[in-house]
Design a binder for this molecule. Structure first.
Ligand SMILES: NC(=O)c1ccc[n+]([C@@H]2O[C@H](COP(=O)([O-])OP(=O)(O)OC[C@H]3O[C@@H](n4cnc5c(N)ncnc54)[C@H](OP(=O)(O)O)[C@@H]3O)[C@@H](O)[C@H]2O)c1
Length: 352
């Protein structure tokens, strides 16, 4: 897609951990130019470099460092807003921006499960963007809210998507989730070093419900979840970046062979690949032949952190097929996912 000039964008929650991932991911983006940052009253009025410490590798990008942070009210912000807003305030703030005509592409959990809000993974359910006119009618606003999934859900759903043609009956998923998924400062080091914490508040419910919504359809102007049983067990482990999901799947009408599953994963492509969206990985699912891969430290950040890596596809003696999936939780699981959503929306002329 050729643009006459870049599309200006802002970030709600731009001083936070996910906000910084947005800033980093948007550096040098061919379509989007970061011009606006919003945060709380604590940061408003300060340049970004004075409002927050940079928590990512390297230095704070110079252009972003000089942006004066605004309070999180619509008015002077650009039309396209990414949101990495704290969940305790995201509901009202994102709605206020949509009401004022902004397109809010959100990474926060608050609106994900609403029936008229797309929970979008462009390779899987681009048709869910058809909820936008319904949302506008229901809510009486000119803007829109579009969300991306939770960071472990996106790893699971991208790994499952190539297998949808075989028909799902049930999925069991056990996660090993990186500490970066808990934000900053996150889990105390004394709790996590050399340890596994078998509880992440609300995470199992999010994985179960979001997976059904993403793999479901839009029917009668509402998101209709797929009627497939999903059981998730979520664990925080002593890994910096990259969520790993050990997955077993039961299929509705007989199991495909291990080779059919591998082949489906290798061949899987979506609209972002067909349209060559700037942040689209060449292959959304990368099947790894090595018996000890994927591994978060070695694989999650490859290819700009945008694919999901899958390995160890084998027969499951309880369900039908089992495998291991791994993806970058703050890139494909957060900022990169939202930017890819906005790229698809730009391509579909949904940002005007
Ligand atoms: N961390 C992850 O890996 C991850 C992954 C997926 C999704 N998420 C979701 O992404 C969102 C952000 O997470 P995070 O880890 O980046 O959190 P964070 O580091 O605590 O950042 C929160 C952001 O919200 C702003 N904020 C807080 N209270 C506000 C208020 N009353 N009004 C306006 N702005 C306010 C903060 O501004 P100040 O700096 O001014 O306080 C900051 O910019 C959350 O909804 C989280 O669930 C996080």
């Amino acid at each position: 897609m050729a643009l006459n000039r870049p599309i200006e964008v802002g970030i709600l929650g731009g001083t936070g951990m996910v906000g910084q991932h947005f800033i980093s991911f948007l550096q040098g983006h061919p379509w989007f130019k970061l011009v606006w940052l919003g945060a709380s009253d604590r940061s408003a009025g300060k340049k970004l470099k004075d409002a927050t410490a940079w928590r990512l590798e390297g230095a704070m990008p110079c252009d972003a460092a000089e942006i004066v942070v605004s309070d999180s009210k619509p008015g002077h912000a650009p039309k396209l807003m990414f949101s990495a807003m704290d969940a305790s305030v995201a509901t009202e703030i994102e709605q206020a921006f949509a009401q004022a005509g902004h397109i809010v592409v959100s990474n926060s959990r608050n609106h994900r499960m609403e029936l008229d809000v797309p929970l979008l993974v462009p390779e899987i359910n681009p048709d869910h963007l058809s909820l936008i006119p319904v949302q506008r009618k229901n809510r009486g606003w000119k803007g829109a809210i579009v969300t991306n999934p939770n960071c472990s859900t996106i790893v699971l759903t991208l790994a499952l998507a190539p297998l949808a043609k075989f028909g799902f009956e049930a999925v069991m998923a056990a996660t090993m989730q990186a500490v970066s998924g808990a934000g900053y400062p996150g889990v105390p080091s004394i709790d996590i070093l050399g340890n596994v914490i078998p509880y992440i508040g609300g995470e199992e419910e999010k994985m179960q419900q979001e997976t059904q919504k993403i793999l479901g359809k839009v029917q009668d102007g509402k998101a209709a979840p797929l009627s497939m049983k999903v059981s998730a067990q979520c664990h925080r482990v002593s890994v910096a970046d990259g969520h790993t999901v050990a997955t077993s799947v039961k299929f509705a009408s007989g199991a495909p062979s291990v080779e059919e599953v591998r082949q489906a994963m290798r061949e899987f492509r979506g609209i972002p690949q067909q349209r060559e969206l700037p942040s689209a990985p060449a292959q959304p699912v990368i099947y790894m032949e090595e018996q000890d891969r994927p591994q978060p430290r070695r694989d999650a950040a490859r290819e700009n952190g945008m694919p999901v890596f899958v390995g160890r596809v084998r027969n499951c003696p309880v369900l039908d097929i089992k495998f291991v999936a791994c993806g970058h939780n703050t890139i494909r699981g957060a900022a990169g996912a939202a930017v890819l959503n906005a790229e698809l929306m730009a391509c579909e002329d949904l940002l005007s």
